[in-house]
Design a protein around this ligand. Structure first.
Ligand code: SAM
Length: 259
């Protein structure tokens, strides 16, 4: 049965997909001119993906998915937002990366629509806070991998979310629903749809993956972010820093696990 809060979030993601697609921070134009939207971090973690089957969870309009396809991976992107999947398919046509495939699904329900196993499962940059049930999420990740397959997560660190993004405490098990929020990419755009986010702890994320049967091979914490958290943050390459320089608490979390 569809998760009510996730469905409400779907309306919000449908509302903002074109705002993101057209925002310079998303590198859509560079991608269409033959470039890549991928950052050094995931490129160095995953290395050569050519010929590998690759599942990208919560892929929005598929820019990173298609960038992995451009590196030779056989990609499937998944997102809950129908409008994002529509745009992903348009970008696929425009870029001629015709082997890419996009599936609209709540990630928690994915196994009922996609009964396949992949060499890589990948999820990045602004995802876990949108999921109500991490036990079920981790099971979907584990069930989607081939034996020996690799899962890579790069996301907001739970400390960063608790300090910068929500009013929830680090340890909160509640969700937070907000109305009339400025979009995080284009702050002049006020969303008319409410959104609900969840706070998860680092231990909670790791334990869900362990309980789903995955072997965690690497955990990383970073003192920079992947986006301009506040307007006075500055960037070096594809890393964003607070005005004082390096953050005093972790802003991003990386988890690498195998089945
Ligand atoms: C911040 S974006 C992540 C974008 C990603 N880093 C990218 O561009 O490749 C979050 C995405 O998660 C999707 N999403 C949110 N809740 C979801 C769910 N329950 N199942 C699948 N996708 C979801 C949204 O539609 C949105 O496209």
């Amino acid at each position: 049965m569809p998760h009510q809060d996730h469905e409400r979030n779907r309306a919000m993601w449908n509302e903002i997909v074109d705002v993101h697609l057209n925002h310079p921070s998303y590198l859509t134009q560079q991608f269409l001119e033959g470039g890549s939207s991928l950052k050094q971090l995931e490129l160095s973690e995953l290395g050569d993906v050519s010929g590998k089957t690759f599942l990208h969870l919560m892929c929005q309009f598929g820019l990173d998915t298609l960038s992995w396809a451009r590196k030779g991976a056989v990609v499937t992107g998944v997102d809950i937002s129908d409008r994002s999947i529509l745009r992903a398919n348009e970008l696929k046509e425009k870029s001629g990366l015709m082997s890419a495939r996009f599936v609209r699904s709540d990630v928690l329900d994915l196994r009922s629509v996609l009964d396949e196993h992949f060499d890589f499962v990948y999820q990045s940059y602004g995802t876990l806070c949108w999921l109500a049930d991490l036990d079920r999420w981790a099971q979907v990740v584990a069930q989607s991998l081939k034996p020996g397959g690799t899962f890579l997560l790069i996301d907001d660190h739970p400390c960063s979310l608790a300090i910068h993004q929500t009013k929830l405490s680090y340890f909160s098990t509640e969700s937070e629903t907000l109305d009339n929020q400025p979009d995080y990419a284009d702050r002049t755009f006020i969303r008319s749809h409410p959104s609900t986010e969840w706070q998860h702890t680092t231990a909670g994320i790791l334990n869900c993956l362990i309980n789903a049967g995955l072997r965690i091979g690497k955990v990383g914490e970073f003192d920079y972010s992947y986006y301009q958290v506040y307007e006075d943050w500055y960037c070096e390459g594809d890393r964003w820093y607070p005005p004082s320089g390096q953050s005093t608490f972790p802003l991003m979390l990386l988890v690498r696990a195998t089945k």
